[in-house]
Write a protein that binds this ligand. Structure first.
Ligand SMILES: *Cc1c(COP(=O)(O)O)cnc(C)c1O
Length: 386
């Protein structure tokens, strides 16, 4: 039986043609294809500014810098994410803390956030930035978070790596509520550029800072220079930036992928809608989908219930033995050795820890056909039937 991964990219002739063409066009680094891709992405997500970067981790780093995260400041995120959601603050020398998850949505809990803010205010350690993560592509409770952000004076940097094309209260993720949203184009995500990421913001100021930071802190616009340019050859480095640029090769790929976002989403929704039927009656907790938002279905995570005939480890082994590439998203960030050494320990974020003991990401991606999905369900049923 052929291997079914938990996720993989969809590369088609349109992608190959676009990449072939750009390779002979003269621009290999950041050229005209990058702003063209940025505009198309901004239009689809209804945002004023889109800044493409070399990957979402680089994007999170730049976003923290643009929001003035630095030594002595505090950043909060969720333990149920990829480590990059916390590491970005550490790159800037900031302190990191976590807010436990809501066991229903598996996203950062607004109630836990509100409580923690109250305590932090009393002790004078309020966060400068909070990084909620739209886990599996399900948007967080952004409206409530925006209310807390305005009350306590922190910025919202949404890690939207999973959430390309998702929507919340009728508007695309990235358009409202968050100050900056970061998307990833890693091959397992919704659309891909190989490595790649993008920052979306409605703020012209933040977008300008992000563009400067993306490219060494250098401007070539004479109107923006601090010193009068001696000639048209002059460029000026104004701040300490990085080379976090996307290439034109990646941008054309992103553009042809974005053109098929609707197809990708429809296929993911079809598969996500089939799983509850296929898994009916099994001791599995399935993903929730509140009525006021849509999910991009980056991941389909089931939780093996307490008292099920097989443990999570056994179910994992059965699926792997059947050539099905299940995975666990995520080991809570605070339990990674690096974060333990910073003082975090088991028991600090019980909801995220309990979830992580039961979670299994089962296959979901556009090229998974119904028969392949049926095979996944059959193996799960065999594993979970006493
Ligand atoms: C994939 C991912 C990232 C990192 O994305 P890259 O583009 O690989 O750097 C960050 N956060 C989350 C939640 C992710 O899933």
């Amino acid at each position: 039986m052929s291997f079914i991964p938990y996720a993989t990219q969809t590369i088609e002739e349109a992608d190959l043609a676009a990449v072939r063409e750009v390779l002979t066009s003269g621009w290999l680094t950041q050229g005209p294809a990058v702003p063209a891709f940025e505009s198309a992405f901004a239009q689809v997500h209804g945002v004023a500014h889109a800044v493409a970067v070399s990957n979402a981790t680089a994007g999170l780093h730049l976003a923290c810098l643009a929001l003035d995260v630095g030594p002595g400041t505090m950043v909060w995120t969720t333990p149920n994410s990829f480590v990059a959601s916390a590491n970005c603050a550490r790159y800037c020398g900031a302190d990191v803390d976590f807010v436990d998850i809501d066991p229903v949505t598996r996203n950062m809990s607004v109630q836990a956030l509100a409580l923690k803010l109250e305590t932090a205010k009393a002790s004078g350690r309020l966060p400068m930035v909070v990084i909620p993560v739209h886990f599996a592509g399900l948007p967080c409770d952004l409206r409530e978070m925006r209310g807390l952000a305005d009350e306590y004076g922190f910025a919202i940097l949404a890690d939207a790596s999973h959430a390309v094309g998702a929507s919340y209260l009728g508007s695309p993720v990235g358009q409202e509520y968050a100050d900056i949203s970061v998307f990833s184009f890693h091959p397992v995500k919704i659309i891909t550029t190989g490595e790649g990421g993008l920052l979306a913001t409605q703020s012209a100021d933040l977008a300008a800072r992000l563009r400067l930071l993306r490219s060494h802190g250098i401007t070539r616009e004479s109107g923006e220079m601090e010193q009068a340019p001696e000639g048209p050859w002059c460029y000026e480095q104004q701040i300490l930036g990085f080379n976090y640029r996307l290439t034109d090769i990646q941008a054309v790929l992103g553009h042809t992928q974005l053109a098929r976002l609707g197809d990708f989403r429809a296929r993911r929704e079809h598969l996500a809608a089939r799983y509850p039927e296929l898994l009916r009656g099994l001791p599995l907790k399935l993903p929730a989908l509140p009525a006021d938002r849509t999910c991009s279905w980056h991941l389909y995570v089931v939780e093996v219930e307490e008292g099920a005939p097989a443990s999570r480890a056994e179910v994992y082994a059965r699926l792997r033995a059947a050539n099905i590439g299940v995975n666990v998203h995520y080991t809570p960030i605070h339990l990674q050795p690096y974060y333990r050494r910073l003082g975090f320990a088991e028991g600090m974020f019980p909801a995220a820890e309990a979830y992580a003991r039961r979670a299994l990401s089962i296959p979901l991606y556009p090229l998974l056909d119904d028969a392949g999905q049926d095979r996944v369900a059959v193996v799960l049923r065999e594993a979970l039937t006493a």
